[in-house]
Design a protein around this ligand. Structure first.
Ligand code: ADP
Ligand code: MG
Length: 707
């Protein structure tokens, strides 16, 4: 039976409305789709806990057996809630609901025995006498009647994530489980294998059939782990096979543009620089030039710490393209950065014949209409911009090189589109300040070469970094005033984290007011993400020109901003930032030979992790070390950009950010197989070829086009 051809419509427990929603929401249509819709978490329901043993601070989800013996409504308006007392004979615990209050009281009868499932949390209550009291409660517990419960709901239970729309048509985790049971009951034969016998034996994997059954209904913890391993292995193996075979194909069939000449514009820039290139910069420019002169398409990652001078490398590389009659483009993640690059680069090329333009989402229609034909004709040689560059309406005459700065903010599909701007793909240079492991880089960016700038321009002093509590505010402002009197500029950064956008924005605006009051004698500008682009540009300009001495901003200034005269950075609520973010932010100062200072401000209540992050920042300046520390602190999930890159969300079970080992194994395996049999024609590889083709079709839009 081909499970990818069996529709879930045929299942008894599905109705047409559900089928439609499954397709729309989670792209599930066939039996196979659903069998590959894996639980997002598991809970061990084999143990019943006692209330007397509960430790409210460290317990994960637990299971209790007992009775509810009182309901009580508490609070008013938004904080109105239902509270109940749950008793298991060893003690009592409070249950709390904030939603469906009446329904709950009808549904769960007093005095009846229930199995309860939930996560205990602790509240500290202050008593009138001033001492404090701890109360343990469970918010929104799941309750099941004992009888019902024991039918198959014991042991390790998988839970499936569902969206709001799914819940509306009663598609809950439980419903999905039901459908999977029905599918598995209907499949009489073991599921047919997707990996060859050789691979299964060599890596000691369990069969697909066993893996699928155990991923949904684990017979034991060990089997669950083996199932997860096997399915991650399969997924990453086909991913690697796909990327590598596409890379092989490209190498063989696609010619890269050849940039033979080093021409006048390159020399114009190089000879007019107010400084010498560092040895590392020279080496990297050479690597890039050699690469673009081989006849192979370049796909290169440039890593260099903040402030190491990557922009200049980008520009020199692009001039190699223009000197050979091609166009170049620079794509950056934010409008603020695009504007800045545009201005810096225009200034550097002032006096040359090169035409540069800026294109962002907020470029006025009239301007766009004038600009786009010139991009198409080749009159505009360098185009700098944001996502707007990859819109279909932007056509180039002969795009020779694309530089992607601070790449990690770009999604997969966006990158794919850029690749397709020419019949022959342009050379690609990706620049990042965040070091990432090699295999991971290769997976995310396709097969690529790596250049590293391991040197900062001469005379740079490490930024002096301090941690200060909020009550030292006045002293800090005093210091700021002194620095401004010396002619320096200052950043004051506020957190803006999506979940709290509104509150944060208010904080920022309040902060702006407060700072304005403290420094009535100075000009203060403000930049944040929700501003109108025109306004953003004006405010940026005030700081760039030196008209404003202080910039109050959110993390929009995190990437790339380069104002050399700014030498002080104050970061408010520093505990709310991640390490790499703090490092990027701090990289905005210390861009000249002047001593720069960064002050991390927090209140006294710091979590242990936050305290560690701050200590790391005050102790280290080197981005590679900070990235390593970050890894230790948070695990590889912290690798900046993997989440944003959208790769993990295209995977069903593996996580690039966590499964580095499997990623390495599968990469080596795929490479070994393809080196031996590039077209997968040998008998032992026939199965792999079939599945690769299927995999490519299923994943085409997401992965293939980028590698
Ligand atoms: P990043 O690698 O963080 O993108 P930038 O390209 O913004 O760094 O460069 C940081 C600053 O260093 C800029 O002001 C730039 O002009 C300056 N810079 C770049 N290369 C050199 C050099 N070789 N010597 C002195 N200053 C340099
Ligand atoms: Mg930069």
């Amino acid at each position: 039976m081909d499970i990818s051809r069996q529709s879930i419509m045929q299942l008894q427990c599905t109705k047409p409305d559900k089928v439609k929603v499954l397709k729309e929401e989670i792209n599930v249509f066939s039996w196979k789709d659903l069998l590959y819709y894996f639980p997002y978490r598991y809970t061990d329901r084999s143990k019943i806990h006692k209330i007397s043993e509960i430790d409210g601070r460290s317990m994960p989800f637990i299971q209790l057996k007992g009775k509810i013996f009182r309901y009580e409504y508490l609070g008013e308006g938004k904080s109105r809630r239902l509270s109940a007392v749950f008793d298991d004979g060893t003690g009592v615990i409070e249950l709390i609901w904030f939603r469906s209050l009446t329904w709950i009281t009808k549904m769960y009868k007093l005095g009846r025995e229930y199995i309860l499932f939930g996560k205990p949390s602790t509240f500290r209550l202050s008593t009138p006498s001033g001492s404090s009291l701890e109360r343990i409660s469970i918010i929104h517990p799941e309750l099941e009647e004992e009888n019902k419960f024991y039918e198959g709901v014991i042991g390790i239970q998988g839970e499936y994530s569902t969206t709001e729309k799914m819940k509306k048509v009663s598609l809950h985790s439980r419903t999905i489980k039901q459908m999977i049971i029905e599918i598995l009951e209907n499949i009489k034969e073991p599921l047919s294998e997707t990996l060859s016998r050789e691979i299964i034996n060599e890596y000691k994997l369990i069969s697909l059939d066993e893996a699928i059954r155990n991923i949904h209904f684990p017979k034991s913890n060990d089997l669950l782990q083996e199932a997860q391993y096997r399915l991650k292995f399969e997924e990453l193996f086909y991913l690697q096979l796909s990327i590598l075979s596409a890379a092989k194909h490209r190498e063989k069939h696609i010619d890269g543009f050849r940039f033979k000449e080093i021409g006048e514009n390159f020399y114009f820039l190089k000879n007019n620089l107010p400084f010498e290139l560092t040895t590392a910069q020279k080496r990297v420019v050479n690597e890039i030039w050699k690469n673009m002169n081989t006849g192979k398409q370049m796909n290169r990652l440039l890593q260099g710490d903040v402030g190491s001078g990557k922009t200049l490398i980008a520009l020199l590389s692009i001039l190699l393209a223009t000197d050979n009659g091609f166009q170049g483009a620079i794509m950056v993640p934010t409008e603020v950065l695009a504007i800045q690059h545009y201005e810096t680069i225009s200034r550097m090329l002032n006096g040359s014949a090169i035409k540069v333009s800026l294109l962002t989402g907020s470029t006025k229609n009239k301007l766009r209409e004038e600009m786009l034909p010139k991009v198409k004709s080749g009159e505009i040689q360098i185009l700098i911009g944001t996502h707007a560059l990859i819109e279909d309406s932007v056509e180039f005459n002969n795009l020779g090189l694309v530089v992607v700065d601070e790449q990690h903010r770009f999604g997969v599909t966006q990158r794919a589109k850029l690749w397709n701007k020419n019949s022959n793909p342009p050379h690609v240079l990706v620049m990042t300040a965040t070091p990432i492991p090699r295999t991971l880089a290769m997976t995310i960016y396709g097969d690529l070469d790596v250049s590293i700038i391991d040197e900062l321009p001469p005379g740079r002093k490490p930024v002096d970094t301090y941690h200060r509590y909020d009550e030292k505010r006045d002293k800090i402002y005093e210091y700021v005033r002194k620095e401004i009197q010396k002619g320096k500029q200052v950043y004051i950064v506020y957190p803006l984290i999506e979940e709290n956008e509104k509150i944060d924005l208010t904080n920022l605006q309040d902060g702006f007011q407060a700072v304005s009051k403290v420094f009535p004698e100075y000009n203060i500008c403000m930049v944040h993400g929700q501003m109108k682009p025109e306004e953003k540009k004006q405010e940026m300009q005030k700081f760039l020109s030196g008209e404003a001495q202080i910039m109050v901003a959110t993390t929009v200034i995190e990437v790339g901003i380069d104002v050399r005269n700014a030498s002080v950075m104050i970061i408010k609520n520093a505990e709310r930032f991640g390490l790499s973010q703090l490092h990027q932010l701090r990289g905005r100062v210390g861009r000249s030979t002047e001593q720069a200072v960064c002050i991390l401000m927090t209140n006294h209540e710091l979590s242990e992790d936050a305290r560690k992050r701050i200590t790391i920042m005050t102790n280290f300046n080197n981005g590679f070390i900070i990235a390593e520390e970050d890894l230790k602190l948070r695990g590889p999930g912290s690798l900046n950009g993997i989440k944003q890159s959208g790769f993990d969300s295209n995977l069903k079970i593996a996580r690039l950010s966590q499964d580095g080992d499997i990623l390495d194994y599968t990469r080596n395996l795929a490479r070994r197989i393809l080196d031996d049999d590039p077209n997968l024609e040998k008998p032992q590889n026939i199965l792999l070829k079939q599945h690769l083709n299927k995999w490519n079709i299923e994943n085409k839009a997401e992965w293939l086009s980028i590698s």
